[in-house]
Design a protein around this ligand. Sequence first.
Ligand SMILES: [Fe+2]
Ligand SMILES: [Fe+2]
Length: 208
Amino acid sequence: MMSDALILATDSALRTLCAEPRASRATPQAAHAGSPLTAAEKREAAALMRVNHVGEVCAQALYTGQMLASRDAALRAKLAEASREETDHLAWTLQRLRELDDRPSLLNPLWYAGAFAIGYTAGKLGGDRLSLGFVVETENQVEAHLNSHMQRLPEGDTASRAIVAQMKDDEVAHARMAEREGALPLPGVVKGMMKAAARVMTTVAHRV
Ligand SMILES: [Fe+2]
Ligand SMILES: [Fe+2]
């Protein structure tokens, strides 16, 4: 069992970090074409989309860790469904980064490893309901963070905005799914630690 888990984890890591992610849904399109971006706007938009791409790398790792830690087949199926939407997000943010002539974070293997360890440990030590609590809190924090990006993205970058808006809707749905499945509320200190870790990640990924 342990070796199976290791193989699946390695496979997921390699797919996330090395393979071309394949979206199951079309990239969300803006209703209006937007306006040409200045060099500075393009750099800022790319930095924000790189942060979002890192978030999606972490989502792949978290959900994979949690799936491998759970023995409940029905729950694993729900997590797999959410993680398929995260793969769409991964593909969309990567595509947008390239359109903005920029690159993903160089530290993605590190982000993946950290998030996987957290997801797996939460599932193994805390059990399914705590693990689901983790999904709720993560998705809530991501939603808040994507909201802030809607303020920060250049007004003319309607392409990035359309992607972020769809991601936000999906993340909210993931949180509601986890609540329906019986998520336990996390202790405030854990929520605080998650916020602190997310702050480090977003600050670093903005640049590197
Ligand atoms: Fe996502
Ligand atoms: Fe999500």
